[in-house]
Design a protein around this ligand. Sequence first.
Ligand SMILES: [Zn+2]
Length: 217
Amino acid sequence: MIADLADALRCIRPHEPAALIMSVDRLSGRQIITGSLGCPVCDARYPVIEGAAVFDEASLVRCRAAPAVPSADDAGVIRVGALLDLTDPAGWVLLEGAASAAAAALHALLETAVVMLNPPGPVPPGAELSVIYAPVAPFSPGLLRGAALSHGVDPVIADSVVGALRAGGRIMGPISVAVPAGVAELARDGHGWVGTRRAVPTTVPVTLSRGRRQDSA
Ligand SMILES: [Zn+2]
């Protein structure tokens, strides 16, 4: 995973959002090859193994055992770039499951920072790509600029990806996947749909925040 990504990740355990602390054992350019991510709240440690951040061993084992998906063709990559409105390279784009087949070409075409979540099969080394194995998208809310879901995505993962999308961020999925809650559908064709993350209310009624304290540290 790219070292810069560490700032964007958060602990997946149920407690208030916590940034993870990176410790690096082996670095190759900007890629962390071996290391770990530690949570300062619950002391969870998530290893970085062969360049991939592993939040869940079971996800890693299941994905590595799945058949690899051939790399997306040019038309497929351009479709992803267009539907996710990737007109500039700023921000993180998440490609989930088999949708990660477009990762290398998407980065080569648009210089977009791409994160692959639970890619099936062995992942060929890509110097500028990040790989994560996790039961949910381990990102701070609103961090992703765009995301693509794949056929058969776990609804829990789909919802967590939406939660990690910034308001107005684009998300796409195949026709077999229902548009997740919180997403306004923009268009659909015979292959899939694209939508945007609805704006998240910025003010919360006082009664809902009772008993929760905001620590400034
Ligand atoms: Zn934690």
